[in-house]
Design a protein around this ligand. Structure first.
Ligand SMILES: Cc1cc2nc3c(=O)[nH]c(=O)nc-3n(C[C@H](O)[C@H](O)[C@H](O)COP(=O)(O)OP(=O)(O)OC[C@H]3O[C@@H](n4cnc5c(N)ncnc54)[C@H](O)[C@@H]3O)c2cc1C
Length: 429
């Protein structure tokens, strides 16, 4: 296949769809190429569909050292399995680099109707955790969400995709971009950028039907914190892929025996404590893994858990700001392990999470700590390192617009900031 366009965008997640949609609305000729397929919304919300169809390597994708990092490879990217959390992150850090996103943040907050969930959607478990945290002075409050409360049915399956379409995902932006004549092509795995005389002029990729070549005046890579540095390295940008962060998290569980809290049937991460965001680098929020995943993360604790019921489980996620010391290689593998400082943050957060659970009524013997995992890979084409403040690489007309450009780990949900950066890029190009 051969194609010619003005703008080609690789990847249809948070960054890619935003820039594509904004350009399409401005009347530009845009092609979006995506490695995955468009999911069937009616089939969303089950672990089987999510694991088999969305998550990279069935959600078992690990670093060389064994750290699981989650990402989704599909139309809409990882936004499809997000929890709908929508907060401004890295605003100051980006300002210090000369990037002021105030207008773009405001625009996005309006467009996605970001607001905390109404009290009726803050379930029994979240409320129990929030009240306990607040009695201890940890200032937990409803999380700002890009969720339509009128459509949300509290199924609690946000990270498996939203069957009701209540949660914003980049699939919404693909629809808008297509309405404005953008072309969306699925099942194309982009391999590298075509460069002539120091300028990007297109892309080479693989599709089930064979080799694909797309020529464009401007090329925008938005294949995510792991996907983008692979394409960059294969295109000769050797310093891409370094400084991988991943917002490493752990979940501390507590069993409230025979209380039938059913945290799993509540909107995920409905409330949040950001008390330690600035000085200690972590946030805390109620969270529970799907049963099969749970069995895997607490495998070594089976004895301790004897006789426990899933319905009786409370969990608190501690999401941390990890050090940017990982690496993505050109063959799409990655190296990433929590550092000593990362472990310190994770352990400190887990201890506070345990305190909250005990305050909520859990017995000390029924507290379960789990090992670290991660969900927000980025930093691998950072501003000031691989791209400039206009998100352009040293190769003219080659831009990056996804979590890769974030300068440091936010330790908190990054979608809103990625969208704001993408809006800014669309205005500039
Ligand atoms: C379970 C989970 C819950 C989360 N919840 C939240 C939340 O509530 N709020 C929040 O702000 N963040 C959340 N995040 C993080 C957030 O989803 C990501 O940080 C964000 O989507 C990253 O945006 P992106 O544009 O960098 O990449 P992505 O959204 O991952 O998009 C990358 C796209 O590129 C495609 N791609 C990759 N390689 C290629 C290639 N070679 N060729 C073509 N296409 C390619 C992928 O298929 C994908 O569509 C969550 C993450 C996880 C895993």
């Amino acid at each position: 296949m051969r194609l010619k366009t003005d703008y080609v965008v690789v990847g249809s997640g948070a960054g890619g769809t935003t820039v594509a949609k904004e350009l399409a609305i401005r009347g530009k000729k845009v092609v979006i190429v995506e490695r995955g397929v468009i999911p069937n919304q009616k089939k969303m919300g089950t672990l089987k569909t999510a694991i088999l169809n969305y998550y990279d390597k069935c959600a078992l994708r690990k670093s060389k050292e064994g750290l699981t990092i989650y990402r989704a490879l599909m139309a809409g990217g990882t936004t499809v399995v997000s929890c709908g959390n929508a907060v401004r992150v890295l605003e100051e850090e980006l300002k210090n680099l000369g990037i002021d996103l105030v207008e773009e943040f405001k625009e996005t907050e309006k467009e996605l109707a970001i607001a905390p969930l109404p009290p009726r959607l803050i379930g029994k478990g979240s409320r129990l955790i929030m009240d306990a945290a607040n009695r201890l002075g940890f200032d937990m409050r409803p999380m700002p969400k890009s969720v339509d409360p009128n459509k949300c049915n509290s199924c609690g399956q946000c990270v498996l995709g939203c069957k009701k379409g209540a949660k914003w995902s980049a699939l919404d932006f693909i629809k808008i971009a297509r309405r404005h004549s953008a072309k969306f092509i699925k099942k194309i795995d982009i391999q590298s950028v075509v460069i002539r005389n120091g300028k990007a002029i297109g892309l080479v990729g693989k599709s089930p039907k064979g080799r694909v070549r797309i020529y464009a005046k401007k090329v925008i890579l938005a294949a995510g914190g792991i996907g983008t540095p692979v394409i960059l390295q294969r295109s000769g940008i050797k310093n891409a892929g370094k400084k991988l962060f991943a917002d490493i998290f752990n979940v501390t569980y507590g069993i409230l025996r025979n209380k039938h809290i059913n945290l799993w049937q509540e909107p995920t991460m409905a409330v949040v404590s950001t008390k330690y965001m600035e000085d200690k680098g972590f946030i805390m929020s109620p969270y529970i893994d799907a049963p099969l995943v749970l069995r895997w993360v607490i495998m070594s604790k089976r004895k301790q858990l004897k006789g426990f019921k899933y319905n009786d489980l409370l969990g608190i996620m501690v999401k941390t700001r990890d050090e940017s010391v990982g690496r993505v290689t050109a063959n799409e593998r990655f190296e990433k392990n929590p550092t000593i400082a990362d472990y310190k943050r994770l352990n400190e957060g887990a201890k506070i999470a345990a305190k909250i659970l005990i305050e909520a009524g859990v017995k000390k013997k029924d507290i379960i700590f789990t090992k670290p995992r991660a969900a927000h890979p980025g930093g691998t084409a950072a501003i000031g390192e691989v791209v400039d403040t206009n998100l352009e690489t040293k190769i003219k007309n080659l831009y990056v617009c996804d979590a890769s450009v974030l300068p440091v780990s936010p330790g908190a949900p990054p979608i809103l900031t990625i969208i704001a950066l993408a809006k800014r890029l669309a205005k500039a190009i």
